[in-house]
Ligand binder design. Structure first.
Ligand code: HAM
Length: 495
């Protein structure tokens, strides 16, 4: 049996693919990489004496190669750039857990996943409304003299793709995405220079049924990860509230988005500063006073008394609150006129998720942006959506002690008991992997004590030992680690 193993690896149709594609690829790739690496190391020192000895691996804990020449050596900073994160395995497992929940919630609502490049044309993100996001842009000129930027958000890319697809995609479009965004932020808790954002957007639905559906999906997500209406809520308003107030004062159309951006800074900069900025965009003292009074409103009834019931703002907000009842998330939402959000393109309903203890910044934010597509040269198509960051929610879960344990798990650990049987162990691992079983193959000759320790670390369910006498009979030893139960299993019966 031991002799049959290598031929199985090479000639079995299932394994020839492995043998012909994987192995040469990794070998060539490795070789090439090391060659390039070595050339870089040595070309300045011994350009004409490059030899095979230089291709030995340099990295690793046990390495006998001489240290690199002093002019090349430099001690690197092992931290990632300020405001960015590494994702070592335990962080990566948590991230995957979170993203899986984002995905599952989106799929429960029938949304399709999309993505866009992290690098986009800078022009996509330049809006002249004084947004913070504009000043935080990571932008530069590429080698072809194009102005490019790392995306600070996903919505402009979504708009670009929707315009590009044109009529080939039937409306409504319901897309979700999870992507890394870059903003040169002042760092605070839950705010960093790079974050991942979960987005859900509906293109082609003019009615607030769209916003109601989006909020429902976030509520569904919260519930699935153990967050309740006692922990978080949504503050909801509409930019049409401001529009209706400003329409009483003949404020220029162009000032509207700018006024919204200024109002969004309330609470972050002094009120005197806010008033000064509002005056600069042509708002009269009367308009400002009226606006500030409306912005303090926390009840729809109060708003209705002020604006009447004829306008769209009140009508849409009332419809949204009545839909929320039908969806079953009334206890999660509240009207709050002070919410305007900091992006220029919102035109109607705006909302944000907040933690009820008030310790953290907005958990998520979104709203309606009916004119974004036309500002990019497309047709006006009604649209709404939200962005939900990965950082604040993790902080919240930590606060509430709801952060899950996501252990590393490999179902099987396979180990040979004899250096000569390393190949046999590889065959066993390949058979199991072919049957969909995850296998950690012990790649060196290690004592059993070490193997058991490793099995515990990777939470293996089974230990499969390849010993000489069993292998000669076509058998391996399978030990179920939870019970200690052990039996010899024929290779053909291995599942
Ligand atoms: P946004 O309000 O700028 O909206 O960001 C949405 C969410 O992304 C925030 O509520 C927060 O969770 C997260 N976030 C933003 N910046 C950071 C940061 N520096 N660090 C950590 N998390 C952050 C948008 O970006 C819109 N494009 C959302 C949208 C989609 N509207 C319609 N569709």
């Amino acid at each position: 049996m031991a002799g049959a193993a290598p031929s199985l690896l090479i000639f079995h149709p299932r394994f020839t693919r492995l043998a012909t594609t994987l192995r040469p690829f990794t070998l060539i790739h490795h070789h090439h990489h090391q060659l390039a690496h070595s050339q870089r190391h040595f070309s300045s020192v011994t350009p004409h004496h490059f030899n095979a000895a230089d291709i030995t691996p340099r990295a690793g804990r046990t390495n006998s190669v001489a240290s690199p020449p002093a002019d090349y050596a430099q001690k690197i900073d092992v931290n990632p750039p300020k405001g960015t994160r590494d994702f070592p395995p335990e962080e990566m497992r948590l991230r995957n857990w979170l993203f899986n929940n984002f995905r599952e919630a989106s799929e429960l609502f029938g949304f399709e996943e999309v993505d866009y490049p992290v690098l986009e044309s800078e022009a996509l993100f330049i809006r002249k409304a004084g947004e913070e996001i504009r000043d935080q842009l990571y932008c530069f000129e590429d080698k072809g003299n194009r102005r490019v930027a790392l995306r600070p958000e996903l919505t402009p890319s979504l708009a670009r793709l929707v315009i590009q697809k044109g009529k080939s995609v039937p409306l409504p479009i319901k897309w979700f995405a999870i992507g890394q965004c870059w903003r040169y932020e002042r760092m605070t808790r839950g705010r960093r220079r790079e974050h991942y954002q979960w987005n859900m957007d509906i293109i082609g639905v003019p009615d607030v049924t769209g916003e109601a559906e989006l909020i429902s999906s976030i509520v569904t997500f919260f519930k699935r990860i153990g967050i309740t209406a006692k922990d978080v809520g949504f503050k909801i308003s509409s930019r049409k509230v401001l529009q209706e107030v400003l329409s009483l004062y003949s404020v220029p159309e162009a000032s509207f988005a700018k006024a919204c951006i200024i109002i969004d800074k309330m609470g972050k900069i002094p009120m005197e500063e806010i008033k000064k900025e509002l005056k600069l965009v042509d708002l009269s003292n009367d308009a400002i006073e009226d606006l500030l009074q409306v912005l303090s409103m926390k009840s729809l009834t109060e708003l209705e008394e002020k604006l009447g019931d004829a306008g769209e703002a009140v009508r849409e907000l009332k419809q949204l609150f009545s839909l929320a009842e039908k969806f079953g998330y009334t206890e999660w939402i509240q009207f709050d006129a002070s919410v305007v959000r900091g992006l220029a393109y919102y035109t109607g309903i705006v909302f944000e998720g907040f933690d009820r203890e008030g310790k953290l910044r907005a958990i998520c934010g979104g709203g309606r942006y009916d004119h974004l597509l036309s500002t990019f040269g497309g047709d006006d198509i009604p649209a709404c959506g939200f962005g939900f960051g990965d950082a604040v929610i993790i902080e919240l879960l930590k606060e509430r002690q709801l952060l899950p344990e996501v252990p590393f798990e490999v179902e099987n650990i396979v180990c040979s008991l004899d250096p000569d049987l390393q190949g046999a162990a590889a065959t066993v691992a390949t058979i199991l992997r072919g049957k969909g079983q995850c296998v950690d193959l012990v790649l060196e000759n290690k004592p059993l004590k070490w193997v058991f320790k490793r099995a515990a670390r990777i939470n293996a369910q089974r230990l499969i030992l390849v010993g000489r006498s069993e292998w000669e009979r076509g058998m391996v030893n399978v030990k179920v680690l939870s019970t200690g139960e052990q039996q010899e299993v024929n290779l053909d019966d291995l599942q």
